[in-house]
Design a binder for this molecule. Structure first.
Ligand code: ADP
Ligand code: MG
Ligand code: MG
Ligand code: MG
Ligand code: MG
Length: 710
């Protein structure tokens, strides 16, 4: 999860004194990178995926599945193996990183994939081998699962070995999550504690419960039995100490309730816990989830900015299609995605910043958590270099290049009025950065650094980007614009697509990653225009959460995706000489399609995921999957039939998730639970159901599963 530095982390009271220093130097470090490589061109379209795994330990005798805290040891072995290979001058096929949960692993390909389409075909195999390698490091009875959320994360005794939450001490002070579940690297407990301390209370997440036939209404979660047994006193202390959101009277009332013979429900006991909601109170509930991310290198900074904008619109669509999180803390939820949980899990905004109190000590009213959808489009700005790897580009003088894609951007799309730090903005503009990019960083830099290492305070701003990354990598947004690190001069400008949930099988993980890769190619080759106002993208983000969004939701999307329907393909550069002269409109829509309605070229409508992905018959909306297929036909005429068939199979998976022909992971999990013989129709995912569910998911690995991935 981004930057990992070593050293002595400062406690929050100390760290916050250095916030200004970190921000100031962070911007100097960015400007140094910017000025060094802003005109760099012709980097290749490299890319790579990240997969997060959850290690599970089975207790077969008791039909229980727990998260295994020894994943941390498996990670050490994986990293040692990787280092050994590198020391021998070999490229290791995978690379392993720590994640927030002590029970988690993160694996990426050893090297990024190249821009050749054949590379794409190795992706699934690499994912399969990654899983096998991780499995080979585990203790008997353990397995790795690619599930977005461990269904009973935060339920009584969910870890192996068993550990107990400590509501009145430690990093989380959670009622549910023991600190032992957190990766012990100093960064993670420090982040956890400092988010809580900066906010002034524990984080508070409430996800709606799924109301089944026998779920009481209102649903008031009974206090978990482990709290009854071990923590009644600690809970009273925690509540009395105001580690809830600080509503004094309610806290006192809750404390009194504890003295009665009946243990009160969670909503009665904890001011932040809402009736009819599953309440969560710690960073682990979000950062302990697994996701699928894809990073792309663009040929230039302008192309990276263009991709950032176009892909941002697609993030909610892909999140809904990849939905994988229908259960939290052992209860079926009325949502299918993790995003709002993780957003709430690291929400370090103070009461003033959240708008609950007038601004007094803090500087900004901030609308979103640090983990949220993007708040500014970046648009390539006035000059865009066009295609990447084409020799002809080099022949055109830099200042003669016409903006492509940039011309689609309008200020009206940037309609969130995201606040920004005027001082940071001014420093950036004085350093030669344009308005939009200065606003982007001015916005990210309204945040404080959360983890400050004493040893890292003084840095060489030419050689390091550590202060910059400190803020940048704790702005966890749906897209990330990644400048190259100064230590790796061969790396270019990258963007990261961050909204997708992890899939139950490698086949689906490959399909989702590959679909986004091909979509990037289609965007660049066809000059696609996905722009809609960001407020609508935000609305889509919320709709994407809904249970069964494929069947029950509509999403804002552009009616016309072709930037200029009359543009000749030959105008797009020399990437496709064989088809120059054909109009994109003709080629993409098909000869008999109705002429595009150009009365409002920027119109956006509410559409189903099926319409967005597969098109809308009788209209000009072609759909993302047909666009990607068109890209392969037109721009990759030379690929073999075998390659084409295999790519089509991946496109097909994503397209059929959208049509409802294939289930999302969330739908599959939900159906498994609700059809389990021990399920009581009361929203409860018991230890035994969870065990059977984990075993069933385990059995999917490496298989073609009709209705899910084929
Ligand atoms: P983070 O966790 O900060 O997002 P990681 O290093 O975990 O970053 O993963 C980044 C992904 O980007 C990996 O899949 C990696 O293979 C890929 N990658 C690395 N270098 C490049 C590059 N130059 N261009 C595109 N992708 C890259
Ligand atoms: Mg990660
Ligand atoms: Mg990573
Ligand atoms: Mg993560
Ligand atoms: Mg990442």
């Amino acid at each position: 999860m981004g930057l990992l530095s070593l050293g002595t982390p400062l406690p929050w009271e100390e760290a916050k004194k250095h916030a200004h220093h970190v921000r100031k130097h962070g911007i100097v470090q960015f400007l140094n990178i910017w000025n060094r490589i802003k005109t760099r061109r012709k980097d290749h379209l490299l890319w790579g995926d990240e997969i997060e795994y959850i290690v599970v330990k089975y207790d077969d005798a008791n039909k229980a599945a727990k998260v295994s805290l020894s994943a941390h040891d498996a990670l050490a072995k994986l990293q040692a193996l990787e280092m050994e290979e590198i020391a021998h001058g070999r490229v290791f096929e995978s690379s392993w990183k720590p994640e927030y949960g002590r029970y988690m692993l993160e694996g990426t390909p050893g090297l990024p994939y190249g821009y050749q389409l054949q590379d794409v075909l190795g992706v699934e195999e690499n994912m399969v081998r990654r899983r096998q390698l991780a499995m080979s490091m585990l203790a008997p009875g353990e397995t790795v699962l690619t599930m977005t959320n461990f269904p009973r994360l935060g339920s009584c005794g969910f870890t192996d070995p068993t550990a107990f939450a400590t509501p009145d001490s430690g990093a989380s002070m959670s009622l549910f999550i023991p600190d032992e579940a957190i990766n012990p690297h100093a960064r993670f407990p420090t982040l956890t504690a400092n988010i809580r301390l900066r906010r002034g209370s524990k984080v508070a997440i409430n996800m709606p419960i799924f109301k089944d036939e026998r779920t009481p209404s209102p649903w008031m979660e009974p206090s978990p039995s482990c709290l009854t047994n071990h923590f009644t006193k600690s809970l009273a202390n925690a509540v009395a100490a105001g580690c809830s959101n600080g509503h004094v009277e309610e806290t006192v009332a809750a404390t009194k309730l504890l003295n009665k013979d009946r243990l009160p429900s969670l909503p009665e006991l904890v001011p932040d816990a809402q009736p009819d909601h599953i309440y969560m109170d710690a960073m682990c509930f979000g950062m302990g989830c697994s996701c699928l991310q894809v990073t792309f290198q663009a040929c230039s900074v302008e192309e990276a900015r263009l991709l950032y904008d176009q892909l941002a619109v697609v993030t909610p669509v892909m999140m809904a299609l990849s939905a994988g999180a229908p259960i939290f803390r052992g209860y079926l939820a009325d949502v299918d995605c993790r995003w709002n949980v993780i957003s709430g899990a690291v929400d370090d905004r103070t009461c003033e910043e959240r708008g609950l109190k007038p601004l007094h000590t803090d500087k900004f009213r901030i609308k979103k958590s640090r983990y949220d959808s993007i708040s500014n489009y970046l648009s390539p700005g006035p000059m865009y270099s066009g295609g990447c790897n084409t020799p002809a580009d080099g022949a055109i003088p830099f200042d003669k290049l016409r903006p492509k894609g940039a011309e689609f951007y309008k200020d009206a799309y940037n309609d969130l009025s995201a606040c920004y730090d005027p001082e940071i903005y001014a420093d950036l503009v004085a350093g030669g950065v344009d308005d939009l990019l200065a606003k982007h960083y001015g916005h990210l830099f309204i945040r404080d650094p959360l983890v400050v290492f004493r040893e890292m305070l003084e840095q060489d701003d030419q050689a390091s980007s550590d202060h910059f990354e400190n803020i940048q990598s704790t702005n966890w947004q749906s897209m990330r614009f990644k400048p190259p690190p100064p230590s790796a001069p061969h790396i270019g400008w990258r963007v990261e697509f961050r909204s997708m949930e992890i899939q139950l099988t490698d086949r689906e993980n490959a399909a989702f990653a590959i679909f986004v890769v091909l979509l990037v190619r289609a965007i660049l080759s066809f000059d696609l225009n996905f722009y809609i106002p960001l407020s609508k993208v935000d609305e889509n983000m919320q709709r994407a959460h809904a249970r069964d969004a494929v069947h029950r939701q509509r999403f804002w999307f552009r009616r016309h995706l072709i930037g200029d329907p009359s543009r000749k393909l030959g105008d797009l550069g020399c990437k496709c000489p064989s088809v120059s002269g054909q109009t994109v409109g003709h080629v993409v829509y098909g000869a008999d399609a109705p002429a595009p309605d150009t009365t409002d070229p920027d119109a956006c409508d509410e559409m189903t995921l099926n319409e967005i992905m597969n098109g809308k018959p009788g209209t000009s909306l072609i759909g993302l999957a047909p666009l990607v297929r068109r890209y392969l036909q037109i721009h990759q005429p030379a690929i073999s039939d075998d390659t084409r068939t295999r790519l089509e199979a991946y496109i097909d998976i994503v397209a059929r998730k959208a049509s409802g022909d294939l289930q999302t992971g969330a739908a599959w999990i939900r159906a498994f639970v609700t059809s389990h013989p021990k399920y009581n129709k009361d929203s409860v995912v018991s230890e035994e159901i969870n065990y059977d569910l984990c075993k069933a998911i385990d059995a999917l690995a490496g298989k073609k599963v009709p209705g899910l991935n084929c």
